[in-house]
Design a protein around this ligand. Structure first.
Ligand SMILES: [Zn+2]
Length: 107
């Protein structure tokens, strides 16, 4: 447990006051409105530009565990440019998570 980060695990790079101070602050600033879809109900704070920039301007509220799970969409689609595209499709595109095709019957 030294102060050094390995650099490979994203989660461990969050600042110490991430959940105690930063998340509530950004959530209050954004009023729980997801920056990807513009709808309320966001439950997570996301980095707009991935990396170590933990300043307020790079952080925004986003849906993760809450429908429509914008954060998971962003991650699975490569977040850099998918943001704009996703904004237009929020109401028409089905969720990949609802597809149940490979439900094995035999073993
Ligand atoms: Zn959203």
């Amino acid at each position: 447990m030294s102060g050094r980060w390995q650099g490979s695990t994203r989660r461990s790079r969050l600042p110490l006051d991430w959940s105690s101070r930063i998340v509530p602050r950004i959530m209050a600033r954004d009023h729980g409105i997801c920056y990807l879809c513009g709808q309320p109900g966001a439950d997570t704070i996301d980095h707009i530009q991935p990396g170590d920039n933990h300043t307020d301007t790079n952080l925004a509220a986003v849906h993760d565990r809450t429908w429509p799970h914008c954060h998971r969409y962003k991650s699975s689609r490569e977040g850099n440019t998918a943001r704009h595209r996703y904004r237009d499709r929020r109401s028409t595109e089905p969720h990949p998570g609802t597809i149940t095709s490979h439900h094995g019957a035999a073993r």
